[in-house]
Ligand binder design. Sequence first.
Ligand code: COA
Length: 631
Amino acid sequence: MLGFVARAMAKPGMLKPSHLVKPVSVTRIPGRYLVHQEGLPKLPVPPLRQTLERYLRALQPIVSAEELAHTQQLVEEFQSSGGVGDRLQKGLERRAKKTENWLSDWWLNTAYLEYRLPVVMNSSPGVVLPRLEFTDRQGQIRFAAKLIAGVLNFKSMIDNETLPVEYLGGKPLCMNQYYQILSSCRIPDPKRDSVVNHARSKKPPTHITVVHNFQFFVLDVYNSDGSPLTVDQIYIQLEKICNSSLQTNKEPIGILTSQHRNTWGKAYNNLIKDKTNKESVRAIQKSIFTVCLDAPMPRVSDELYRSRVAAQMLHGGGSRWNSGNRWFDKTLQFIIGEDGSCGLIYEHAPAEGPPIVSLVDHVVEYTKKSEMVRSPMIPLPMPQKLRFNITPEIKKDIEKAKQNLNIMVHDLDVKVSVFTHFGKHFPKSQKMSPDAFIQMALQLAYYRVYNRCCATYESASLRMFRLGRTDTIRSSSVESLNFTQAMDDPTRQNQEKVALLQNAVRGHRAYTDMAIQGQAIDRHLLGLRLQAIEDLTSMPEIFMDTAYAVAMHFNLSTSQVPAKTDCVMCFGPVVPDGYGVCYNPMDDHINFAVSAFNSCAETNAARLSQALEEALLDMRALLVQTPQSKL
Ligand code: COA
C-alpha cells in the first residue's frame, strides 16, 4: 500500500519547496505519552552509497541489462565526489538534525495531502469483518450500540494514556498514530488538503456522527457527568435516529467526498458558503468517529459474500446503494449493514492499518462481553439531525460526484478469499518467516500469470522511530526471480528449488529487517528528490530515468495487516494495471484481499487469487516432499 506516491511523484511540478507550504502540525500530547515518544530514536538518513548500491540491485530483476547499464552510469555521476548526490545528502542530514523526523511531514504531504485522486479506492483502506448473525434493523442497531461503546472504551485508554506500548522485534514503537485516528477528519482544498484533529482541542468533541438513509445525525455519547452512554442508552438513541430518517429519497450529500480532490475542494468551498451547511460539515469533521447504518445490499452466494462486503467497505456500492451513507474524508467510519455486513473504512492520511486493526480487535472483544451496567433513567434528548441547504449548484456537484463514483464502482474488481490449507504455523515449522513465505508465493503467482516479475511494494513499519510511518520492502528481488524461474522448470531438481526458495525467503526477511531499521531505499530516494526540489536544483538525472519510473510503478502493492480478529483489510491497486493485495495471516489459515481494475484487460483479481492459492500449495508440497536431511 502507499505505492501511489509513485504517481504523485510523476509530476515534479506538483511538489513545492516545503518553506512555501504551511507546516502540518502534529498534535502534541502531554504526560506519559510524551515521555515514551521522546525516548524513541530519530529516523536515520541512510548512507548515500549504500542506498545507491541497493537501488541498482533492486532494479536487476525488473529492468533490461541495457537500462541497468545506463542507470549505473547515472548513479556513478550522481555519487561522484562533490557531486549533486553529496550535496543533497548533506541537506537531508541537516534536515534530520533540525526536525523530529526528517521524513514525516514530507511523506504526509506527498503521499496523502497533495495526492489528488479520490480517496475512495485509491487511498482509503477498508476492513471486512466476519458476517454478523442478524438480518434486521433491531439486530443492526443492537450491534452498532455495542460497537460504539467498545470504541469509547478504547478511547478512554487513549485519553488517559494507558494504551499499552507496542513492540516490534523487541523494540518499543511510536504510538503517535493512535492519537490521530479519533476526532479527526481530512479537509479538501483545491491545492493541498489538510487534516484537523480535535482530540486535544480546548473542548474535545463528545459526539459521534451517525448516517442512515443518507441523513447525518449528531449523537452525544457522554452523559452530563462525563460518563460514556451505556449500550442500552446508545441503542435507544440509535432507534430514534432510524425512526426519524425512514425516508429514502434524500440527496446523498456525502457522495461529494468521493470526488477528485480538486473538484471536491472547489465544491466544498461552495458548500460551506451557507451557514447551516458549514455548521453541519463542522459537526461531522469534529465528531469522534462516524457510524454508517447501511441499507441491505443485494444478496450473493456465500462464496462471493466477503468480496461483496469488501466492495461495500471500499465504496458503498454506488449512488443507488450506500455510497451516500459516508463522509469519505472522515478518518474512521464503522459500517454496519442491516443484512449483517460489518467493517470499516478509514482515511489513510493520519495512520496505517495496524493501529486501526488493533482498535478493531479491542472493539470486537468488547462486543462479545455481556453488558452489566445499569443505564441512568434520565431520558436523553433527541439526537440532532444535520441540515443541508442544497442549492442548484450543490445539486449539480452531487450529480457529477454520483456519475464519477458509479464509474469507479464498476471499475473495482475485488476478491476476498480464505486460504484454509495452512496459516503461519507451516512456514514457521520450516523455519521460515511466514511473511516472507507469503510474499514469495505472491511473486510466484505473478510470475506464473505474466511470465515476468514486477516492481513490488510491501509496507514496512518505521514506527521504531519517533513519528515513523512506513518504508518499502521491495519483494521482487534477484533471489525471488531465481526461485520463481526455477519453480516450474522441469530440468531443475527439487533440492535446488528448495534451496532457491529458502534463499529468497531469507533475502526477503533480511530486506524487512533493513527496512524496519530505517535503512531501506525508497524513502531515502524520495528524500533526495524532495531535497533537490527544496534546493531549487535541477532534477538529478537518476530521477528522470526510465528505470526509476519502472521501479516506482508498483504492479503489486501489498501489505500484511495482522489481526486477532478473523478479518481482512483491503485496498485498491496503486497503478491502473496493478493489484492491491492485503493479508492477515492467522495460525491455521490466511485471509487475502486482492483488488484490480476492470478497465485493465490484463488484470483479474480472481485469477491472481487462484494463482496465489496454487503457489502456496505448490511451495508447501515442494518443502514437504523434499526431506531437509537430504539437502
Ligand atoms: N522461523 C520460525 N519462525 C519465524 C521465522 C523463522 N525463520 N521468522 C519469523 N518467524 C516468526 C516470528 O517470530 C513471528 O512470530 P509470532 O507470530 O510469534 O510473532 C512470526 O513468525 C511472524 O514473523 P514474520 O512473518 O517474519 O513477519 P513480521 O510479523 O515480523 O512482520 C512485517 C513483517 C513487514 C509485516 C512487519 O515488520 C511490518 O513492518 N508491519 C507493518 C506493516 C504495515 O504498516 N502495514 C500497514 C500498511 S497500511
